[in-house]
Design a binder for this molecule. Structure first.
Ligand code: IYR
Length: 219
């Protein structure tokens, strides 16, 4: 049995009630303005902004603090092209019959298809990998999907508040990403986020989010 570790005083900023509500509503409005973007400009972005956002995401809570994630930041055009080619091959079979008709019907309002130009147009791709266990076999990881999902939510939030557009993209299946990016066996691709500025005149589907009273139950 290992002992409990050392402790340190908690740093916690206590805000006034007015300031608490102001911050909550400000962030709510900012997050409600976020949209998934599929038309990216190839205009370069400051990668230090992206690195800071990844650093923010890596502060997420995780099962037993194992931090079971790896973020691969891809900017090399040849690697982006390889990812696009492999993704489009998978998506062609997905849209060409592998996906059940019901699934395709649910996607129709979003206007998606097998073409993924954003994988080359966006100046950066972040491929997030989940580590099923630590580097050496004996090192177990816990609640991996939950932990990585929380980190990705924080990443999307950080990128959005920093003024960058993203898409939450899950080419299916994603196995090719580990081979293209040379990731070890304990990692599986979790999600791919193109990052950049929207193309001039970019449009998004006219969809809405559920209002608070449809998602909140109070007892
Ligand atoms: N991976 C495909 C299909 C797709 C699936 C869902 I669920 C979406 O919300 C959007 C797309 C693609 O990227 O086109």
């Amino acid at each position: 049995m290992s002992e409990a570790g050392p402790t340190e005083p908690l740093t916690f900023e206590r805000l006034t009630p007015t300031e608490m509500l102001r911050r909550a509503e400000e962030l709510r409005d900012r997050l409600r303005a976020r949209r998934s973007v599929r038309d990216f400009s190839s205009e370069p972005i400051d990668l230090d902004v992206v690195r800071a956002c990844i650093d923010a995401a890596a502060s997420a809570p995780s099962g037993a603090n194992k931090q079971p994630w790896t973020f691969v930041l891809v900017t090399d055009p040849a690697v982006k092209r390889a990812i696009r080619e492999a993704a489009e091959k998978e998506e062609q079979t997905f849209y060409g019959g592998r996906a059940p008709e019901r699934w395709l019907a649910d996607l129709r309002p979003l206007g998606t298809d097998w073409r993924k130009p954003f994988l080359e147009d966006a100046p950066a791709l972040i491929v997030v990998f989940a580590q099923r266990h630590g580097g050496d076999e004996g090192d177990k990881h816990y609640y991996v999907s939950e932990s990585v999902g929380i980190a990705v939510g924080m990443l999307i939030t950080a990128l959005h508040v920093s003024g960058l557009a993203t898409l939450t993209h899950t080419p299916s299946p994603m196995g090719f990403l580990a081979s293209v990016l040379g990731r070890p066996d304990n990692e599986r691709a979790y999600v791919l986020l193109p990052v950049g500025y929207p193309a001039d005149g970019a449009t998004v589907p006219a969809i809405t989010k559920k209002p608070l009273d449809a998602v909140l139950v109070e007892r």
